[in-house]
Design a protein around this ligand. Sequence first.
Ligand SMILES: *Cc1c(COP(=O)(O)O)cnc(C)c1O
Length: 432
Amino acid sequence: MFPSDCLDVNKAGHLTIGGYDAPALAKEYGTPLYVMDETQLRQNCRDYVRSIERFYDGRGLALYASKAFCCKEVLRIMAQEGMGLDVCSGGELYTALQVGFPPERIYFHGNNKNAQEIREGVAAGAVRFVVDNLEELRRLDAEALRQGKRIKILLRVKPGIDAHTHEFIRTGQIDSKFGFALETGEALNAAKKALASQSLELCGIHCHIGSQIFDTAPFALAAQVMLGFLSQIKAQSGIELDELNLGGGFGIRYDENDTPRPYSEYMERVSAAVKITAAQLGLAVPFIVIEPGRSIPGAAGITLYEVGAVKEIPGLRTFVLTDGGMNDNPRYILYGAKYRVLCANKADQPADQTVTIAGRCCESGDLIQEFTPLQTVEPGDILAVLSTGAYNYSMSMNYNRFPRPPVVMVNNGSARVIVGGEDYADLTRHDY
Ligand SMILES: *Cc1c(COP(=O)(O)O)cnc(C)c1O
């Protein structure tokens, strides 16, 4: 019935998350409110960590792509669960270092890391850089030399897989701002340059083929293409690189059309492809890295709003106006993201209306969902938008000078604030 195990309905007919009554949370902490369930969050990590143990004999690492939801407490939990971390900015790296995240499990992404970020990443010690382009390779080489360090790197490669059509498109994916193209020889050239550097240690290669993917086939295809590239590097240089990072992109359930497979199934299928292809190419099975982002916090999180006015436009639509909107969830206005919405204090009642959920920003496009089923609601009711744990808080903004809402973590019926809500003073903090 619900997209994740942490959600249920109690005797009062209220939605619960992690055993906590959702309308009670709204009352206690105010709305809008992000809520995340710790048990679910940890469980999602364990699925990946255990799969790596099982299908790669532990020779691998699951990185949490922190851009999905980055705050200190979530990163502490990731460290405790044995996850590595994918950061793609100085700010994400800073947050990780603040909680003592082991640098040797941090991978630094980003297609245009600036001088400060390169300096900070090198200074952090064992952080691995995923190098995007030759200019970065040059700057990183110079900075490592300057700091007297030897830095482990991977090269970001465009394998030419269209994950949503399954096709191996030889040219199509060149048209991406991320990474080195395989088919033009750009990636091989970069590998040779990296191998020639004294201060950089080329450990392996990386690709990321897309997001919200349900099928395992494109991942298996990407693994084959990437192993082919490792074989090419070996043929040209005599060096067999030991690390293959296959990126993230595993889909989650937003609405009933989404049908994610258990992550262990993906791991099993891809590990089989990796082992067979490596054997065919005469390569040892490399150390495997994966980078799940949204599938870690996504379905573990919900957002709660209070209903203000309900505005019926006869013959057209009914707007349910909430006290949040594109500020805390810009994904509908950005790309029409689907969400399931329900009335948290009427969760046992049928969704007998079709409504549009709108926010309170000065933008007509400030919508959370259009023409979506909902219980008949009135002012004061609490709405829950499900599967908002990823790319909501992390994409939130202060448009119209609305303060960002707090984030509450629930765990077996208890709750704690993990990110405080902003107040008006936060909004003027940097104003002169
Ligand atoms: C965004 C991103 C991920 C995570 O993607 P999800 O779809 O959230 O799993 C992993 N790796 C890289 C390089 C990314 O940019």
